[in-house]
Design a protein around this ligand. Sequence first.
Ligand SMILES: C[S@@+](CC[C@H](N)C(=O)[O-])C[C@H]1O[C@@H](n2cnc3c(N)ncnc32)[C@H](O)[C@@H]1O
Length: 312
Amino acid sequence: MTWPDYSAADARLEPRITADGSFSLWSEAFDQTFHSARGAVEEARSTFLAPAGLEGLAPGSNVAVLELCVGTGTNTAELLDRCRKLDLKLRWWGLEADRRPLQLALAEPLFRRQCSEQSLNSLDFLDESGTCKAGPMLWGDARQSLQALLPEIESQCDLVIHDAFSPRVCPELWSLEFLTLVARCLKPEGRIVTYCSAAAVRQSLQLIGLNQVGLPPPSGSGAHQWSGGTVASWHVLELTPPLQSFTAMEREHQLTRAAEPYRDPGLNGTSAQIHQFRQQQQLLGTGLSTSAWRRRWQGEAGLTDPGRFPPS
Ligand SMILES: C[S@@+](CC[C@H](N)C(=O)[O-])C[C@H]1O[C@@H](n2cnc3c(N)ncnc32)[C@H](O)[C@@H]1O
């Protein structure tokens, strides 16, 4: 396949085709792909929508969704389809820093083929007007956008889709302070759903007072991927598939230094500042050695790194 030239802007975005044949991008600025290599659409369905609890809502009901890091709009398109299928009235807010991923996706025949006509119309409309038919898109740093949006959506959301790049490269969207804002958007029974299973993120969600469960590793991912993500709610979550309790390995991970939260008190720190402060706190802390935990479980599970991105 011949791709158009995506390299014009400062930091390149390169096209990728994922294993299920769906479109994705790789970001030079973050040196990460936008989706799991196993499939962008597959990930939207199994990681974000399967645990979202939408099937439990009565047809005709309203559902309020905050989507963090809209990117190409793959999750948005799948969400729109699912709500239509379940006859749910979607209210949606999207946060994203970069307009290019959506524009590149919409210009890409492969992406257009993977979307339903109705979802594509909504995304085209979003690109032109800055508003999805279901609601507004706030362009800019999600930390500032969410502070501005909070008065409107506080305690309103049934679902938050959190799909930022991993904490290693984008700690600003996984800090205790940012996750506190995210949690304030939730209705009591609402859910945050993310692919991320980093101990620091789970520790922050726990400090905020949310209940959490895990997601199983994606089928066929092998023992190296030990979790498929995290779901958090103010309510105790019923363990209906795919939700599952944390395994012993996951619980033990929470006791290690890896569980030191990312801190961003002013919600304006740079990635380097956030990492530097966390490293200082890890040196002062009493957490167990993460390498010892890794060695211990490596033998049993072939453990490498959690979540979507392979170890660097
Ligand atoms: C993993 S990708 C999102 C993938 C997306 N859900 C999709 O389906 O294509 C992460 C996204 O976060 C955006 N991003 C990075 N830092 C951000 C920030 N501080 N605020 C808002 N968005 C940010 C990037 O531009 C990128 O589109």
